[in-house]
Design a protein around this ligand. Structure first.
Ligand code: NDP
Length: 371
């Protein structure tokens, strides 16, 4: 458990001893905590593989952790996540708003709560590729953007290195040789331990893998969108990743909250749908709501919340290394992390789920991942 916190009394945070964390598949808690499942995607020795487990969730800072959010809520969620066994925190240069502020907030939390050796228990990832600062070098996949952006991220986070650095999206106008050589350079400089890509097509993924390999660097992981209402990675990408021995962290496993009980009645009193930004109105189509209700009924029969079943479902394929989730507060986080308590599905349940787990037109990244 983390050392004494100075959280406000109104915080919902209640420390949970790590030993209460229910890991799965016979993996000991210590194994889960010290070995990230991200590494599982690599070709590893049987002995090493045995030690690696189902860490399950990685936690993302895309929304709810920016300068516009309440810092102590962010801090409570991070502390709670860690105490429940989440060791991987996923960021990007532009997460906020404003851009950069999610990294600044995590940097402040690390300083307050994760001093000394605790950094060695965390896996921190960040990315570059989307718009970040003005001018031609503030966006894209050029060496200049990628290298400068990681330097800025390290300063905001207050760390010497990150564990995984991603090319956040492909940019066809930049030769992939340039982007991959920039990633390889950053590994060799020790600024990141591993590299990955996000929202790349199966073909580009193979090419990126080969380019990195030619520089002596293994591509650790791919980060695509994946959920019960967005199954595009089942049409080729997972096969490529399985073949190459590259891990897969599926992001937005809850379809930005659509795959939870909050929208079952068609609307919610708070949250992304009301903010009208990344959660588009048409996500709440009759067809999607019908499917969400069908899935919620199956989850109920399994004795889970819909969020828990949606996360467990993403993890059902061995090639999916982890589910990358977000949460607005500690209650949501707790609900989602309990997905690890029931991960197995019968063939009958999977068949029933397939009737409702249908393309929902919710993948904001589809165009990019088809480039
Ligand atoms: P999710 O699909 O998990 O959506 C998170 C949202 O779902 C929360 O903000 C909350 O919505 C709602 N929610 C979460 N848990 C519950 C619960 N138990 N009950 C009810 N509602 C719940 O993931 P995100 O879309 O946030 O993405 C996760 C991470 O993936 C990001 O933080 C980022 O790290 C990564 N990502 C990567 C991208 C890339 O291009 N590589 C792009 C997008 C995300 P509300 O706030 O409305 O309450």
């Amino acid at each position: 458990m983390l050392p004494d916190s100075h959280l406000p009394e109104e915080s919902a945070y209640r420390p949970t001893p790590f030993s209460n964390f229910t890991s799965t598949k016979g993996v000991k808690d210590d194994d889960v905590r010290t070995e990230s499942k991200a590494i599982r995607g690599r070709k590893i020795s049987p002995l090493r593989k045995k030690r690696l487990g189902t860490a399950g969730h990685f936690f993302g800072f895309w929304q709810n952790f920016g300068g516009v959010n309440v810092f102590e809520t962010c801090r409570a969620v991070v502390r709670r996540a860690f105490d429940r066994g989440v060791t991987h925190f996923d960021l990007a240069n532009m997460y906020g708003p404003p851009y950069g502020s999610a990294e600044e907030n995590l940097g402040a939390i690390l300083k307050k709560d994760f001093g000394g050796r605790l950094r060695d228990e965390l896996l921190i990832s960040t990315k570059a590729g989307y718009e970040m600062w003005p001018g031609p070098y503030g966006i894209g996949a050029s060496k200049k953007h990628v290298v400068a952006s990681l330097d800025q991220s390290l300063r905001r986070l207050g760390v010497d290195y990150v564990d995984i650095f991603y090319a956040h999206r492909p940019w066809p106008e930049v030769p992939m040789e340039e982007t991959m050589s920039a990633l390889a350079q950053l590994v060799k400089q020790g600024k990141t331990l591993h590299v990955g890509i996000s929202s790349y097509s199966p073909e580009r993924t193979r090419r990126a893998y080969e380019l990195l390999k030619s520089e002596g660097v293994h591509m650790l992981i791919h980060q695509p969108s994946y959920s019960m209402l967005n199954r595009h990675i089942e049409n080729g990408l997972l096969d490529v990743l399985g073949d190459l021995g590259v891990g897969c962290i599926g992001f937005s496993a809850l379809a930005q909250g659509l795959l939870t009980n909050k929208y079952i009645r068609g609307s919610a009193s708070a949250g992304r749908a009301l903010e009208g930004e990344s959660f588009r109105k048409d996500f709440l189509s009759e067809e999607n709501l019908k499917n969400v209700r069908g899935l919620a009924a199956i989850a109920k029969k399994r004795g889970q919340t819909l969020a828990q079943m949606a996360i467990a479902w993403v993890l059902r394929d061995d090639r999916v290394t982890s589910a990358l989730i977000g949460a607005r507060n500690v209650d949501q986080l707790d609900d989602s992390l309990d997905a690890l308590k029931k991960q197995e599905f019968s063939a009958e349940e999977l068949g029933e789920i397939d009737q409702f787990a249908k393309e929902g037109g919710i993948d904001l990244w589809r165009e990019t991942s088809e480039l």
